[in-house]
Structure formats: structure tokens, C-alpha cells
Design a protein around this ligand. Sequence first.
Ligand SMILES: Cc1cc2nc3c(=O)[nH]c(=O)nc-3n(C[C@H](O)[C@H](O)[C@H](O)COP(=O)(O)OP(=O)(O)OC[C@H]3O[C@@H](n4cnc5c(N)ncnc54)[C@H](O)[C@@H]3O)c2cc1C
Length: 474
Amino acid sequence: MIDRRAFLFGAAGAAVLARPLLGAMPRLPWDALAKRLSGTVVRPGDAGFAAYARPNNLRYASRLPLGIARCRTARDVSASILWARENGVPLAARSGGHSYAGYSTTGGLLIDLREMDAVVFDESTGIATLGGGSRNATFEAAFRHRNLAITHGRCPSVGIAGLVLGGGIGFNMRAHGITADRLVATEIVTADGAIHRLADGDDLMWACRGAGGGNFGINTSFSFRTYEVGTRTVFNLIWDVRPEDVFARLVDILDRAPDALGSKVSAIAPTATSGIKVQLLGQFEGTPADLRAMLADVYAIAEPTGSVVREPYWKAQAFLAEPGVPAYYQERSRFFDRRIDHRAVAAIFDGLRRYPKTAREAAFKIFQTGGRVNARKPGDTAFVHRSSSWLSSIELYWQKTTPDAVLEQNLAWLDAYYATIVPLAGGGAYQNFIDPSLVDWKAAYHGSNLERLEAIKRRVDPSGTFAFAEAIPG
Ligand SMILES: Cc1cc2nc3c(=O)[nH]c(=O)nc-3n(C[C@H](O)[C@H](O)[C@H](O)COP(=O)(O)OP(=O)(O)OC[C@H]3O[C@@H](n4cnc5c(N)ncnc54)[C@H](O)[C@@H]3O)c2cc1C
């Protein structure tokens, strides 16, 4: 049997094999790095090392850095990159640490931006500038009393860097575009240590709007045009009766919903004690009564459990928040450029019924796209996916104690299931649900933008300093 845990570590590490083998590395001048930083250097054995090193996806937690540069300024980031290059040490940047494939782990120098989370707001323009290590929670803390937002995610600890650099989906996207569509400027440190302030018209700025984190340099700030938000009706409804009919009807209704409605529909795999369930989660500008009327046909199939509440915007976001605690998982995504018709629904439920029921949990999820997401053309920004109505993702969670053979069986289920969805969906894969098993990842993430991205990579990172298994090739 192939050990896929080991195989995947190998794949993620492949890009650094051209550098000196870490075992054979001479003593590294860590003191020299520490002297060049206003932040700190944390080494194995130092207080906090284990917590700083741990990624959200524990599947990759055994890949430990030789040292962590806890940066406070763009100059710190520049000095860290140059130190790593001078000493032949591979590097990775980390902001929120939520890369699905563990691409913010490294066996070399981890450049950790989480202390760079200052927020500056320009009242006259409505532009908010966030430090490169900010998280969803940073934005919320700064703007919850002003009722301003950008398109953000539901997990407070996801990094704004990873979110915006790979596009950024959220319940506001149909009304306001993806996170990257609200980005007006960014500061980035490139492989040569230079600090650049980018705005419209720069090729690298174009690339920072959706090509994916970790490809071109390390971004140390992001400026967004905010928008006002008011009251929202938010809902979390669950059906456990006739789930296939409920799912099909929900998709049909939501396909016709106004752009101000943001939703996610999950078909949750059966467990040893319960059948398939369907969950509808989302937000809406109308009232609970409007929502009830809109969903009347689904309520006619079966009454859901759960709740619907109407709250000021940020209180409503607390209702929708997901904790995102570290766990063992893999996700495989595909944009539905085609309708989710009866054939697709049948395939979705057939796949769920085949779930071995031996991992921690699994689900088939769809996030409603369309609206302003599709208002831009594929080449307007690096985020190429501009013609879908849903983004699907199959999630699989397991535990540390899950035996290898059981994990192998579940991953085989995930792959077989995914293979049935790809031709039905017809779109690419989401670069922020980065998937170490994806074979056609260059085309699936970047489509017709790939050639331009490769040219930018050759220009700004000719030595391939920013490397990982699914990095844009130069
Ligand atoms: C619980 C959970 C909830 C999620 N919810 C959403 C959601 O609602 N919407 C959505 O679109 N996505 C969501 N995602 C996916 C998420 O957007 C991506 O995983 C994203 O890459 C995470 O960014 P990060 O900064 O937290 O991760 P990291 O692991 O720190 O970084 C991700 C990648 O970007 C690189 N990178 C990190 N910081 C920088 C920087 N400052 N400059 C350049 N490169 C950098 C890293 O090296 C790595 O390759 C979610 C993920 C999880 C685990």
C-alpha cells in the first residue's frame, strides 16, 4: 500500500530539493538573522515554538521549520528573505496558517507575519489598510462598530493574505465581488528583498488579485475599498427527511435568488447512526418572513430544524462563524459552470451513499457564486473563475488515531467521488481550496491566465525562491 501521508509530504517538499539537504546544512547564523529583525527569531526548544509552527491542517504538522522569523515590519520580511537566500535555506510565508495543503509549512525558515496586524482607516476614501498578517478577526474587530465590511470568510483565524491572494469567497461576494475585487493596493517584498507598493496598472498587482498566496513574494499590507453593511437575516437550517429532494429544490430556488442572498448548501455524509442531512447556511437582506416565503417549496417537502434570526451585520456574522480549529482534513473543489441538474444531484448523493463511514466526517458543499463574481472577465484579475453559479467542495475529516488503511480507504473514496463530479461541474478548481491531489492543477486553478502568470513569475522570482508543489512555474 502507498503511504499517502508520507507521499504527500514528499510532494510538498519536492520544490526545495534543488537546495542543500537540510541534514547536511552547515551551522546557520541565526544570531545574524535576529540582529537584522525588529521582531524575534524562535527556534525549536524556545517558548512558543510548537504553537507558532503548528498549521491549521494537522496533516502537515510534523513538518517543522528550523526557525521562525516573527516579523514586525516589511524590512523584517525583506531581511528574512535575504538571510534565507544567502544561506540556501528554503522558506515559506505564513499569515493565518490555513493552507489546506500545508504550503505555509517548511523544513527551512518560516516567515511568520501574524504580528503585522495593524489597521489604518482613511475616513475620506473608505479605504482600510491591513497589515500582511491580519486575519478575518482583525478586520471584524476594527470595523464592527462602523458597520463596514469587505468580502470576508466565516473563520476568524483565516489570514487576509491567503484569502485575498487566492480570490476570497464569502457570503457578500454575489453583491460585492470576491475579496480580491475590493483590493486597491498592496505592499509586497520580492525575492531580491525589494519592497514594492503596488496599485492598478502593475502586472504584479493583477497577479495579487487571485493567483494564490506564496507565489511571487510576501505581501506586507493590503488596502481595501470597504462598503457599508446594515441588518441581515441569517439562517442555519437542517433537513434530515428526503435530503435529495430538499437539496435539488434548494438549488433550484437559490439559482433564482437575488444577489444580496449569500448561501452555502451542504449535503452531510451519513454516519453509523444517522442518514444524509442537508444544511442551508447563509444571509439575506430581506426579513425572515421573506426567506420563509422564498423557501416555501422546500418547507413543503419537510420542516427543517435550526434557526433564522435578524441581526445587525456583525452580530449576524457571529451567528455564521465557523471556529476552524486545527484538524486533519482534505478538500477537493470544482466550480460548477454548468447547472446542478438532476443528473448532478443524483451523482452527489450516490457519492455520499458510498462514503465508508469510517473517517471523522465528510460532506459535499456548494457555495453560491454568480452575481458580482461574474461581473468581471476571466482576464480582468488573476482570479479566472468568472462564469460559475456554484463552487463545490468535498470535505473529508479524520483523526490522528485513524489507522493508515482506513485513511487510505477514505481518500480513495474522496478521489473516486471527485472524479464523478469534475465532468458534471465543467469549471476549474479553487486555488484557495488548494488540493495536493489535483493532477491538472495549473489549468484548473489558473485557466487562460496561466501564461501571463508564468511570465510575471519569471520576471519577479527568476531564482524560484517562492516554491511549493503547486507554485506557478516560471
Ligand atoms: C477553516 C477554514 C475556513 C476557510 N474559509 C474560507 C472562506 O470563507 N473563503 C475563502 O475564500 N477561503 C476560505 N478558506 C480557505 C483559505 O482562504 C485558504 O486556505 C487561504 O490560503 C488561507 O490563508 P492563510 O493566510 O490563513 O493561510 P497560510 O497557510 O498562512 O497561507 C496560505 C498560502 O499563502 C502564502 N502566504 C501566507 N501569507 C502570505 C503573505 N503575506 N504574502 C504572500 N503569501 C503568503 C503561504 O505561504 C501559503 O502558500 C478557509 C480555510 C479554512 C481552513
